[in-house]
Design a protein. Structure first.
Length: 754
C-alpha cells in the first residue's frame, strides 16, 4: 500500500492545527491586565500604550520568525537555530523549559476553562470540604483530559481543529460586532504612560498581555509538517502564523477598547471577556461562545499533554529519563508522563487555587526565555551574513531582529522582576535540576544505541534525521561505468546493465581485465595480457555497434587490488559485476581481501548473481527494495535511491525488520520512521511503500523481494553497527547473505564515516 501523506496542505489547515494555544489568549489576558491598571488608578493613561506595545512586539517577533522559518525547515524551529548558533547547551535549556511550559500550558488552560464555566455557574465559587467547587471541577477536567489523551492521539485530534476554527470565528464575531456597534475605535496612545511614575504599570500590563505570544513557536515547528518544497513550506507556515497572530492582535486593538468600556473589573464573579460577550453579541451567541471557549481550552490542555508524551519518547530513547516513564500503553502512547503532569496540576490547583493569573506570569516567563534565545540566535546569524555581504535589506532585517530581541529580552526581565518572589524564581531552581537529572539518568543508563537514539530524535522532533533530509536532495550520476570481465560468459552478464545505465546517462563503459602474472613466467604473462586485450576489443566492438562509448583497461595484479585501485581513482561512478560459482570473480567478490576493498571504494557496486530464473540476471530499475534499520549508515543509500527512482520512474519500497533492540516500541518507531521518509520521497514524485517484516533480517529482505517481485535490492555494506564495526566485521553477515541468496540484482554502497 502506498504511503498516504498526512501533511498539512495549506496555511488555513496549518492555522487550525497549531493555533489553539495563541488563539485562546484573548479569553484570559484581559482580566489580569485590566485588574492591574485599574488597581493602580492609571488605566486611562496606560491602557493604549500597553496594548500598542504588545502588538508592536507581536509584529517584530513574527517578522523574526519569518527568517527562522526560511533558515530552519526541518521542524526544529527556534530550538534548531539556537543549537546551530549557540551549541548544545541551548538545546538542554530549551528541553528543560519545554517540560515546564507544557505543564504550565495545562495549568493555564484548565484554570481559564474553569473561569469560563464559573461565569455561567456562579455556584462553582462556593466551597465544599474547605475547597472551592471550581477546584473539584479543575481536578475532574485534568483527569478527563489525561484519560482522553492516553486513549491515543485521534481522540484529542478530533476536537482540536474544529475547536480552533470555532474560537477564530468567535473572535471575528467579536471584532465585527464591536465595529458595528461602536465603529472602528483603536486604543488611544498616551505618551504619559512612559513617564517615570507610570512606566512600571505600563510595562507590567504589557508583560501580562504578551501571554498571547506563548504559542508562536509552534508555527516554526510546523514547517516540516506542510507539503511541498522547503520555500513553499516556510511560506505556508508563516501565513498560518499571520492568520492566528493577526486575529489575536486585531482582537486586542478593536475589541480591547470595548472590553475596557463595557466590562466591570470589580466584578470578580464573571470574567471581563464573558461580560463583553454578553453585551456585544445577541443571545444565544454568548453562551455558544462560552462552550467554544471551554472546548478550545480543553484542546489546548490536551495538546500540551500530547507534547509531554512525544517529548518523553524522545528523552527515553536518548536515555535522559527512566524507561518506565516513556513506556507506551496499549494505545501506543506514553501514558505515565501524562499522569505525572496531571498529578502536578492537581496538586497546584489544590494548593494554589484555580485562578489563571496565578500561573500566567510564570507561563509567559519561560516562553520569553525561549523567544529571547531564538531572537539573539537570529541576530547572530544575520550579523554574520551582513558581514559577508552588506545590503539595505540585510541591514533592515538585522535592525528589526535586534529590536525583537531587545523586546523579548526586556519582557523576560520585566516578568522575572515583577513576579520573582511569586514563583518566577523557580526557573532558577527547576532548570538546573532538570539538567542535572538528565545527566544523572544518562550516566546511569549509559549512552543509547545509535539507532534507538536516532529514532527517538526523529519521533520527538517530528522531522527527518539530518542525514536523510540532506541525502534526499543530493543528486548522483552514473556516467562512468566500470565493468570488470574475466573472459567468462557469466561475467558478461554485467554488460546488459552497463548498457542500460550508459543509455540513460550518456555514459562511458570502462572494460577492465586483470591479468595475474607469475614473476618467473614473463612470456606467459605477456600472452595473457595480449589475450585479455583481444577479448576486450571484441567486446568493445559489440558496444560500438550499439553506439556506446567505451574504453579498455588491462592491468597486472590481483583482481581485488586492481579493481579497488581503479574504482577508487576518482573517475568511476559505479562498478557492475556478476557473482557466480562458475566465475573467478565470485572468489574475490566475497573474499576477505575484497571486503576490505569494498570499504575503501567510493563508487557503489551493482552485483548480479545469475540463477536459473531470468530476473536474477537483469534489472529494469522499476521496483526498488530498500532495507533500513534507522541508522545513519543505512541512510547513505538515499542519494542513489532518489536518483534511480526519478530517472527510471521506479516504485520504491522502504522496509525494516524490528530486530536487535531492547526497546519494546522499536517496531512502532521503525514504522513511523519509514512513513516519514516515504512522505518525503512522495513529495518528490517518487511512489513509495513501507513494509515492516516479521522475520530475521536476511529472511525478511529475501522474502519481501520475492513477494514484491523487486528487481533491485539497494543497501549499504554495514548495518546497525555502522562504520565503527569495520575493524570487526568486514562486510556484514546480513549483506553477505543477501548477496549470496538474492533473487535479483543487488545495489550496494560502501559505508562511509563522512
Amino acid at each position: 500500500m502506498a504511503h498516504v501523506s498526512h501533511k498539512l496542505s495549506g496555511a488555513i489547515e496549518g492555522a487550525l492545527a497549531g493555533g489553539g494555544d495563541p488563539a485562546t489568549s484573548p479569553l484570559y489576558v484581559f482580566g489580569p491586565f485590566l485588574r492591574l491598571i485599574f488597581a493602580a488608578g492609571v488605566a486611562s493613561v496606560v491602557f493604549g500604550a500597553a496594548v500598542w506595545l504588545a502588538v508592536f512586539t507581536v509584529i517584530m517577533v513574527s517578522a523574526m520568525y519569518r527568517l527562522v522559518m526560511i533558515w530552519v525547515t526541518d521542524g526544529s524551529g527556534g530550538s534548531g537555530l539556537s543549537e546551530n548558533e549557540f551549541g548544545s547547551w541551548a538545546v538542554i535549556v530549551n528541553a528543560s523549559i519545554t517540560v515546564i511550559e507544557y505543564t504550565l500550558t495545562f495549568l493555564v488552560s484548565i484554570a481559564a476553562l474553569v473561569t469560563f464555566m464559573a461565569d455561567r455557574f456562579p455556584v462553582l465559587s462556593m466551597s465544599f470540604m474547605g475547597l472551592p467547587l471550581r477546584t473539584f471541577v479543575a481536578v475532574a477536567c485534568c483527569l478527563v483530559v489525561g484519560f482522553a489523551v492516553n486513549l491515543g492521539p485521534k481522540v484529542s485530534a478530533r476536537v482540536f481543529g474544529p475547536a480552533t476554527a470555532a474560537i477564530l470565528l468567535l473572535l471575528w464575531a467579536m471584532i465585527v460586532a464591536t465595529i458595528y456597534k461602536y465603529g472602528l475605535r483603536l486604543p488611544p496612545l498616551d505618551w504619559a504612560a512612559f513617564a517615570s511614575n507610570n512606566l512600571h504599570v505600563t510595562l507590567g500590563g504589557y508583560a501580562r498581555i504578551l501571554a498571547l505570544m506563548t504559542g508562536i513557536e509552534i508555527f516554526a515547528n510546523l514547517v516540516a509538517a506542510y507539503q511541498g518544497p522547503a520555500r513553499e513550506r516556510s511560506r505556508k507556515a508563516f501565513l498560518s502564523l499571520l492568520i492566528i497572530m493577526g486575529t489575536t492582535s486585531l482582537t486586542m486593538l478593536i475589541v480591547g477598547p470595548a472590553i475596557y468600556d463595557l466590562a466591570d473589573v470589580a466584578n470578580s464573579e464573571v470574567s471581563v471577556f464573558t461580560q463583553t460577550m454578553d453585551k456585544l453579541l445577541p443571545a444565544p451567541l454568548p453562551y455558544i461562545g462560552t462552550l467554544i471557549g471551554i472546548a478550545v481550552l480543553l484542546s489546548a490542555a490536551a495538546a500540551s499533554a500530547q507534547g509531554i508524551q512525544n517529548l518523553s519518547l524522545g528523552l527515553r530513547h536518548r536515555h535522559y529519563i527512566p524507561p518506565w516513564l516513556g513506556q507506551r500503553n496499549k494505545y501506543d502512547v506514553a501514558a505515565n508522563p501524562v499522569w505525572l503532569e496531571v498529578g502536578v496540576c492537581v496538586v497546584c490547583f489544590v494548593a494554589f487555587g484555580t485562578s489563571e493569573e496565578t500561573y500566567l506570569a510564570l507561563y509567559a516567563a519561560g516562553v520569553f526565555v525561549l523567544l529571547s534565545l531564538t531572537a539573539w540566535a537570529t541576530v547572530k546569524r544575520l550579523t554574520r551574513e551582513t558581514r559577508q555581504k552588506v545590503t539595505a535589506a540585510g541591514l533592515a532585517a538585522l535592525l528589526g531582529t535586534a529590536i525583537a530581541a531587545l523586546l523579548s529580552s526586556g519582557a523576560t526581565f520585566i516578568i522575572f522582576e515583577e513576579r520573582f518572589t511569586e514563583g518566577a524564581w523557580l526557573y532558577l531552581v527547576i532548570i538546573p535540576t532538570f539538567c542535572f537529572a538528565f545527566w544523572i539518568i544518562r550516566r546511569r543508563l549509559g549512552p543509547p544505541r545509535s539507532i534507538d537514539n536516532r529514532l527517538g530524535l526523529t519521533l520527538a522532533s517530528s522531522i527527518l534525521p539530518p542525514r536523510v533530509g540532506d541525502a534526499l536532495y543530493t543528486g548522483v550520476g552514473y556516467e562512468d561505468i566500470l565493468v570488470p570481465l574475466d573472459q567468462t560468459p557469466a561475467a558478461e552478464l554485467a554488460l546488459a546493465q552497463a548498457q542500460t545505465l550508459a543509455r540513460n546517462y550518456t555514459g562511458t563503459i570502462h572494460l577492465l581485465a586483470v591479468v595475474s602474472e607469475a614473476p618467473s613466467d614473463v612470456d606467459t604473462g605477456t600472452a595473457r595480457s595480449q589475450g585479455a586485450t583481444e577479448y576486450l576489443e571484441d567486446v568493445a566492438e559489440d558496444l560500438s555497434a550499439g553506439g556506446y562509448h567505451w574504453d579498455l583497461l588491462v592491468r597486472d595484479g590481483t583482481p581485488s587490488d586492481v579493481i579497488g585501485q581503479v574504482a577508487a581513482a576518482g573517475n568511476v561512478d559505479i562498478v557492475i559485476l556478476t557473482t557466480h560459482s562458475h566465475s573467478r570473480l565470485s572468489r574475490w567478490v566475497l573474499s576477505h581481501v575484497t571486503r576490505d576493498v569494498i570499504h575503501k571504494t567510493t563508487p557503489p557496486l551493482l552485483l548480479i548473481r545469475p540463477t536459473d530464473k531470468w530476473f536474477s540476471t537483469r534489472t529494469r530499475f522499476q521496483r526498488l527494495l530498500v532495507p533500513l534499520d534507522g541508522s545513519e549508515t543505512a541512510e547513505q543509500i538515499f542519494p542513489h535511491v532518489r536518483e534511480i527512482a526519478l530517472k527510471f520512474r521506479s516504485q520504491v519500497t522502504l522496509m525494516s525488520v524490528p530486530e536487535g533492540s531492547e526497546s519494546d516500541d522499536h517496531a512502532g518507531n521503525l514504522k513511523a520512521y519509514l512513513d516519514r521518509i516515504a512522505a518525503s520521497l512522495e513529495e518528490r514524485g517518487i511512489p513509495t511503500n513501507t513494509l515492516l517484516a516479521e522475520a530475521a533480517p536476511v529472511q525478511g529482505i529475501l522474502r519481501a523481494s520475492e513477494e514484491l517481485r523487486s528487481d533491485l535490492i539497494m543497501l549499504v555494506s554495514h548495518g546497525q553497527g555502522g562504520v565503527e564495526r569495520i575493524n570487526r566485521v568486514k562486510l556484514g553477515s546480513v549483506v553477505e547473505d543477501v548477496i549470496e541468496r538474492s533473487p535479483c540484482p543487488v545495489f550496494m554502497v560502501s559505508a562511509s564515516s563522512g
